[in-house]
Unconditional design. Structure first.
Lengths: 110, 110
């Protein structure tokens, strides 16, 4: 049974560009959450989706958006990238309140 | 903003030592407290604690939650070099938001 998979693993963008990150949950998991982790800090909650509906949103600007597809995979979009968006973006799928994380996408904004 | 404070921020021990990692918090309206181990990228689940005073154990690791004094501890006995990682504590709220502390970086020297 495969774990949570995220793509791409690394990404380099320039300021002002847009980026889309992808996540496939563990088979059978219907909930997906997204987190941003800046070096030296714990992950910060961005969004949670369950059955294609947004169930939670963290304190992030409207430049961040997400969606979940019928197969429960998810995309995180970030528009108008800023240097401060450089971080590890983690996706987690959950079953019975325990979240299982993918290896993340390392985004560098130059 | 709700705070999850982990201490110490970093810790260096030798193989065979016992360590105690602390996680304190300020709020009471959360569903569960979770511990994760992050070695390189993907945090891996260790424990979920919901009730106060009930110890959870897994091999050399154990954890307990004190809802009266608002803290949790993670104990690791007979440490090994493979225990070197960042240990993250997080509160899971009813709205599915999960708030992480900054983590404790544990280094186990041979």
């Amino acid at each position: 049974d495969t774990g949570v998979t995220q793509s791409p693993t690394h990404l380099i963008k320039t300021r002002g560009q847009q980026v889309t990150l992808r996540c496939s949950p563990i088979s059978g998991h219907k909930s997906v959450s997204w987190y941003q982790q800046v070096l030296g800090q714990g992950p910060q909650f961005i969004f949670q989706y369950y059955e294609k509906e947004e169930r939670g949103r963290g304190n992030f600007p409207d430049r961040f958006s997400a969606r979940q597809f019928p197969n429960y995979s998810s995309e995180l979009n970030v528009n108008a990238l800023l240097l401060g968006d450089s971080a590890l973006y983690l996706c987690a799928s959950s079953l019975e309140n325990i979240q299982y994380f993918g290896a993340g996408t390392r985004l560098s904004v130059l | 903003e709700d705070k999850v404070v982990q201490s110490p921020l970093s810790l260096v021990v030798h193989e065979g030592d016992t360590v105690t990692l602390n996680c304190s918090y300020e709020v009471t309206n959360f569903r569960s407290l979770l511990w994760y181990k992050q070695e390189k990228k993907a945090p891996t689940f260790l424990f979920m604690l919901t009730s106060s005073g009930i110890e959870k154990k897994s091999g050399r690791l154990s954890s307990i939650l004190d809802k009266k004094e608002l803290f949790s501890i993670l104990n690791i006995t007979a440490t090994q070099t493979g225990d070197s990682a960042v240990y993250l504590c997080a509160l899971l709220y009813n709205n599915n938001d999960m708030r992480f502390g900054a983590g404790t970086r544990l280094t186990v020297k041979p």
